[in-house]
Design a protein around this ligand. Sequence first.
Ligand code: SF4
Length: 314
Amino acid sequence: MSKRQLAMVIDINKCLGCHTCTIADKNMWLRGEGQEYMCWNNVETRPGKGFPANWERLGGGWKDGEIHLGKLPALEDYGIPWSWDWEQLPHIAPQVAPTWGPNWEEDVGAGDYPNVWYFYLARPCNHCTKPACVAACPRKAVYKRDEDGIVLIDQERCRGYRYCVRACPYKKPYFNAIRYKSEKCIFCFPRVEQGVPPACVGQCPGRIRFFGYLDDREGPVYKLVKEFQVALPLHPELVTEPNVYYIPPLSPPRVDAQGRPGGEGRIPVEYLESLFGPQVRQVLSRLEAELAAARLGKPSELVATLISNHRWRI
Ligand code: SF4
């Protein structure tokens, strides 16, 4: 346990799927050799295989109090970085036709027309309270900062053994084959130390991300996670205790053959339970009730927080 914990809340309902967060992060930290394939933050369309492909089936996390080492993803699971054929200007194309990449399944939905659905799941490192990556590293190169709970990899100590990649059930450490080191999202700690939020938070045009200390009672993160209890971690059953939380997606209503709305939502609640745990039903009910009240002009501090411009307090 760290003394304090920085945390993030991501409101899935407001995500545009524009990938500005991913590009802000890549521009800031991922311009070096060996980093071409990395997305410390990625945005994947759900349902889908995600990034790297089928990461939820690769294992990792904790089981019965023991660390579980999963499988290493192959480079193909991330997508082989494209090389451009500049000879073909102005109609440049990849030299080798790609078969997979980050968000390869962009906007691919599920369900039967007209009751189709999808949503975007943005995924940085969770800076977990019980980080499997920290526990797995035999070099003690991966550590959690006491002052803010940010999980970092000491680049001097790292020997590129990749236990962290195998142990992280979210597959958020990445191996740099050129530097022979593992690297991961750093919650933009050099910015945070200057009172500036991470790039993915600051640049998001949908304003979907909230950031701050989990124990800051005046901050939006505390309110959404602890007070209103409408933000849930991804795959809580993996027991790493993530510090990135999600406002789960509300469903568009199902429509009948004539296009008349009514009945249940389109996104199967069972699917959301598989991502966010059984509490998701209660959270969705709470969100719907508060939104209904707000539509009637009744005050809702929860809705006011979700649409507020005050998205971080560091
Ligand atoms: Fe470590 Fe993975 Fe948790 Fe990040 S998400 S702290 S890499 S276990």
